[in-house]
Design a protein around this ligand. Structure first.
Ligand SMILES: *[C@@H]1O[C@H](CO)[C@@H](O)[C@H](O)[C@H]1NC(C)=O
Ligand SMILES: *[C@@H]1O[C@H](CO)[C@@H](O)[C@H](O)[C@H]1NC(C)=O
Ligand SMILES: *[C@@H]1O[C@H](CO)[C@@H](O)[C@H](O)[C@H]1NC(C)=O
Length: 655
């Protein structure tokens, strides 16, 4: 849609509004005459505040396919609002027609459809609330009241902890100087047939294992995924593959582990970075280390003869089977420190992406009997939710102004409301490509409403300032990311009118130039679907992420490109949007499989060129990547710096 047509479009849109109203009236009469007791609701409520936006009326549909097709023409579920000068609309045109979905609720996908409906109803309410301005006042009231709900200490006995799923909730997270003390006893080693941490020696049936873990988790950080493990502390008394007692520490972010910090009894190198002046790993006596008795002897000797020279003592590994220990974890300036029985054992530097307030749960599991836990010096005021610390409100990171020319590529980035730092990292890295800065390609984040009101309020401010966020008006839900994908298609086709549409995640680094080069290899005018394509994948039927037969009855998935980064031509996107409007689009909770299914369907009428490349990385990064996935904010910046400085697509392996 070009700007030159803008004026005429307004009048066209007025005429269209009248047509829509007429259609509405007609439908109303039809329904009344059929005595269908439906209350037609005006499904709008989502129009952008600017004047001149069109009115959409969502009604419909009747069961009969013919009738529904007829009415769909008159009353589109989607509402196309014209591009205003120099700006795109901030709310996705993807709206939802509640009554229509009620009428299809008997097919195979009813459960997901019900979720979709509820999410849209709730999202709409929230959006209205926020726009009314009441939420801010309410939040202020609540903040004043919150103080009581943030105790300065929390304690649990081992029995209570066991009852609560081995989890202690720390309501308002940690703050600088907070500490948690755990009194517990490691259990005696037991034989394991399938040890996860070690290797069975040839001829052995089992391995003796005794290990436990203590984790600080971010209970409120993400919905629908395992909570991130902000600190994973895992002493392995027996059973580690090295054959020695060790302590492993790590983080797990979006279900992806970082690189482990292993303490094996050697003191960290002198040249290694310290944490608040403490080494990451302290030395302990190893069984291959037979100078120990001698060193204790010399220590005593030196004391006896009154030497003042600083001497060190070697202590044994701090955890012993069957022996009570007192462990204290404290939050320092640069990281977490762990002391056992009064001695410093390990320190773990904070990793980016988490704040101390995020650490709202302590989970202890494994071969251990917990006696009691006490967390103290906790923050007594509720964490002032401060996205300012993630967002850099500088004009240079704002979305560039638009021009009249055609848009080659539209990139829709899936994001969640609370991913402030992820979005900031994208803005500061690959959104700085010249082709994006010049609006030859356009990139936008697609975000739905978050459960926490304060996040939505901040999100609206962020959207206003940066101009690169499209709100999809439903309550965010892990099973509904597929709606964001449809919203990307809708926006790419109807608002931007781009030739190609790409979908990625907010932890995907996209080399837009390399991706477009790949796209341009395909003959112009052909339909295309490019990505890291899976063929003959079989649904996972067991475990936590299982797919039921109700959700996916077929034995196989269609060929589909992995979700972190794929491109399609706009004709495919257009057909998806049209099918969605006509309630012909089958929905499945996995957005990438859904896309594969829709493309396959499109391919049956017009052939699609499938282009497969492993350079659209699904897990992490490989050199010469087109897209890299699971990149933390710090890695995003690092990848961009490497491209700028060295001109080479090289990976960044820190987290
Ligand atoms: C906030 O509190 C004041 C008085 O305590 C009250 O008058 C006002 O209605 C409250 N606002 C909201 C949005 O709850
Ligand atoms: C603050 O807390 C008190 C007691 O918990 C409650 O009665 C009151 O309604 C709360 N005020 C607001 C504005 O939420
Ligand atoms: C697409 O259509 C062509 C021709 O109809 C067919 O040969 C091909 O197998 C289809 N591809 C997929 C992935 O379904």
């Amino acid at each position: 849609m070009k700007r030159g047509k803008f004026d005429s479009l307004i009048s066209v849109s007025r005429i269209r509004s009248i047509q829509i109203l007429m259609g509405f009236l007609f439908l109303y009469l039809v329904l009344m005459s059929l005595e269908i007791p439906l209350v037609l609701r005006n499904g709008l409520g989502l129009e952008t505040p600017e004047p001149g936006s069109t009115i959409s009326i969502n009604t419909l549909p009747i069961r009969s396919p013919d009738a529904s097709e007829y009415f769909v023409k008159e009353n589109p579920v989607f509402n196309f609002q014209e591009r205003k000068k120099e700006q795109f609309k901030k709310v996705s045109g993807l709206t939802f027609d509640e009554i229509a979905f009620d009428s299809v609720s008997k097919d195979d996908f009813s459960e997901l459809h019900t979720t979709v409906r509820d999410a849209f109803v709730m999202g709409k309410k929230i959006l209205e609330e926020i726009e009314s301005g009441n939420v801010k006042a309410e939040l202020q009231n609540r903040t004043q009241n919150r103080t009581e709900s943030c105790p300065s200490s929390v304690s649990l006995s081992g029995v209570e902890m066991q009852k609560k799923g081995k989890l202690m909730v720390i309501p308002c997270g940690l703050t600088l100087g907070s500490h948690i003390t755990v009194v517990a006893r490691p259990q005696w080693a037991h034989p394991e047939r399938d040890p996860k941490i070690g290797l069975l020696r040839e001829g052995d049936e089992t391995l003796m294992v005794s290990q436990f873990m203590m984790e600080l988790q971010g209970l409120r950080v993400v919905d629908g995924e395992d909570p991130p493990k902000i600190l994973h502390f895992n002493p392995r008394i027996k059973g580690d593959w090295s054959g020695r007692p060790v302590i492993e520490q790590n983080t797990c972010y979006r279900m992806q582990w970082g690189s482990a910090l292993r303490c094996e009894g050697w003191k960290s190198n002198a040249d290694e970075e310290t944490v608040d002046g403490q080494v990451k790993c302290e030395k302990w006596i190893r069984d291959d280390d037979d100078r120990t008795e001698e060193s204790k002897a010399t220590w005593w000797l030196k004391r006896l003869i009154g030497r003042t020279r600083k001497v060190t003592v070697d202590w044994p590994y701090p955890f012993v089977e069957g022996k009570l220990f007192v462990l204290t974890l404290s939050a320092g300036l640069e990281g977490y420190h762990i002391n056992v029985d009064g001695r410093h054992i390990t320190s773990f530097p904070y990793r980016p992406g988490f704040t101390l307030e995020d650490a709202t749960g302590l989970y202890i599991n494994g071969n251990i009997d917990v006696h009691s836990i006490l967390a103290a010096s906790l923050p007594t005021t509720h964490p002032s939710f401060a996205p300012q610390q993630h967002l850099e409100m500088l004009t240079k990171w704002q979305a560039p102004p638009l021009h009249d020319g055609p848009v080659e590529l539209f990139i829709g980035i899936l994001s969640a409301g609370n991913h402030f730092s992820e979005r900031m990292a994208v803005r500061k890295s690959w959104m700085q490509y010249k082709s994006i800065k010049s609006s030859e390609y356009i990139a936008r984040f697609f975000v739905a409403m978050h459960r926490r009101k304060e996040i939505n309020v901040e999100l609206m401010k962020e959207a206003e300032f940066f101009g690169d966020i499209v709100i999809v008006p439903y309550m965010d839900h892990y099973d509904l990311v597929v709606l964001k994908t449809i919203a990307i298609c809708e926006y790419g086709v109807r608002t931007v009118a781009a030739k190609y549409i790409m979908k990625c995640d907010d932890d995907t680094f996209v080399r837009v130039d390399a991706v477009m080069k790949e796209v341009k290899k395909v003959h112009r005018g052909r339909s295309l679907y490019i990505g890291n394509i899976n063929y003959y994948h079989i649904p996972l039927r067991h475990g936590k992420w299982a797919v039921t037969y109700e959700e996916w009855p077929e034995e196989e998935y269609p060929p589909y490109a992995n979700g972190p980064g794929y491109v399609m031509s706009s004709d495919i996107a257009n057909s998806i949007v049209t099918d969605f409007e006509k309630h012909r689009l089958r929905l499945f909770k996995m957005e990438d499989v859904s896309m594969g299914m829709w493309v396959e369907r499109f391919n049956s009428s017009k052939q699609v060129e499938y282009v497969h490349s492993l350079k659209f990385c699904q897990f992490g990064c490989i050199d010469d990547y087109y897209t890299a996935h699971y990149q933390s904010p710090r890695q995003m910046i690092c990848l961009w710096d490497k491209l700028q400085l060295k001109g080479k697509p090289r990976c960044c392996n820190m987290r």
